[in-house]
Design a protein around this ligand. Structure first.
Ligand code: IPM
Ligand code: MG
Length: 355
């Protein structure tokens, strides 16, 4: 029987609870599809700092690189906010992405018909929304030098090389070819030189994809257009910080940030993680929505392992649980038949798969 080696990084806050549900679902789909998973846990974030003094122990990188894929929960929490920057959980995550070379962060925002009333936007605006945000993940202002602060000043630098823009642009165009063949590249070329290079480079790469339509939008306008008329977007291609912001905004089209998965991919290995954070305010209460993590596990099946049928089964089970009215607390006001705990939602989805 085929066996896949998965590194699990549960992390902080609600991370352990949601990862446990994704594992439940993965085991269920594996047993009904004829393959098997073996899991190896690794530390990252605040818990890693507490145990080892480092938010990203070397062992975590080694384990991850030696597995078929990484499934990641969430990191961070108020108790680590006052640490020096390099010891903070977030720094561990950024170093992790960099070490693994996962430069392309794919964040789909799909509105489930079942949750059409859950968004703060009107149903007619969001019905049928299906956007893929392609976010550059290991460059830009998150990593640029120089950076620093003294008592009266703080500074970061947004840097992109041509090469970094080329590789993420190729990802966006290839993804668009399998979708509606439209890429909207988001920048701030009216103000930033780095954005002008971004725009010029994307235009060059586009020449290799004559079947894909390319448009450009300034990031401030894109933020507005996302809530005005989100259906105009197919693939949104953007840099690190703009993508961070726009993907949170896009998640609200869908009703809850607890629904949105992501894949971070590069040449070596993929990391699959919900786009939400560690939600320390609700950690340990068993009320977090595990669907974003379960959907991330589905992306892992599809993209990292090529188990497309199994991924389809998981996606269908997620839709079924929503259409039958099972909801976690974040979605309790929206056509809920039954409000469920984190582990109840996981078990219901897993049961569909075993049947
Ligand atoms: C995300 C998060 C991270 C980011 C944080 C936790 C460093 O917001 O994955 O979107 O900014 O990339
Ligand atoms: Mg974010």
């Amino acid at each position: 029987m085929k066996n896949y080696k998965i590194t699990l990084i549960k992390g902080d806050g609600i991370g352990p609870e949601i990862i446990d549900e994704a594992v439940k679902v993965l085991d269920a789909v594996a047993s009904s599809s004829g393959f098997h998973f073996s899991y190896d846990e690794a530390l990252m974030g605040g818990i890693a700092y507490d145990i080892t003094g480092d938010p990203l122990p070397q062992e975590t990188i080694t384990k991850s690189l030696n597995s078929d894929a990484v499934l990641f929960g969430s990191i961070g929490g108020p108790q680590w906010d006052d640490l020096p920057r390099e010891k903070r959980p977030e720094s561990g995550l950024l170093r992790f992405r960099k070490e693994l070379g996962v430069y392309a962060n794919l964040r789909p925002a799909v509105v489930y018909d079942e949750l059409i009333n859950a968004s703060s936007l009107k149903p007619e605006i969001i019905k049928g929304v299906d956007i893929m945000v392609v976010r550059e993940l290991i460059g830009g202002i998150y990593f640029g030098e120089p950076k620093g602060r003294d008592e009266n000043k703080g500074w970061n630098t947004m840097v992109y090389s041509r090469e970094e823009i080329v590789r993420i642009a190729h990802q966006a165009f290839r993804i668009a070819q399998k979708r509606e063949k439209r890429v909207c590249s988001i920048d701030k070329a009216n103000v930033l030189d780095v954005s002008q290079l971004w725009r010029d480079t994307v235009i060059e790469v586009a020449k290799e994809y004559p079947d894909v339509e390319l448009t450009h939008m300034y990031v401030d306008n894109a933020a507005m257009q996302l809530v005005l008329n989100p259906k105009q977007f197919d693939v949104m291609l953007t840099g690190n910080i703009f993508g961070d912001i726009l993907s949170d905004e896009a998640s609200m089209l869908c009703g809850s940030i607890g629904l949105l998965p992501s894949a971070s991919v590069g040449e070596k290995i993929g990391v699959y993680e919900p786009i939400h954070g560690s939600a320390p305010d609700i950690a340990g209460q068993g009320i977090a929505n595990p669907i974003a993590t379960i959907a991330s596990a589905s992306m892992m099946l599809r993209y990292a392992l090529g188990e497309v049928e199994a991924a389809d089964k998981v996606d269908n089970s997620i839709k079924k649980v929503l259409s039958e009215g099972y909801r976690t607390g974040d979605l309790a006001q929206f056509d809920a038949k039954e409000v469920c705990s984190t582990s109840e939602i996981g078990s219901i989805i897993a049961n569909y798969l075993e049947r």
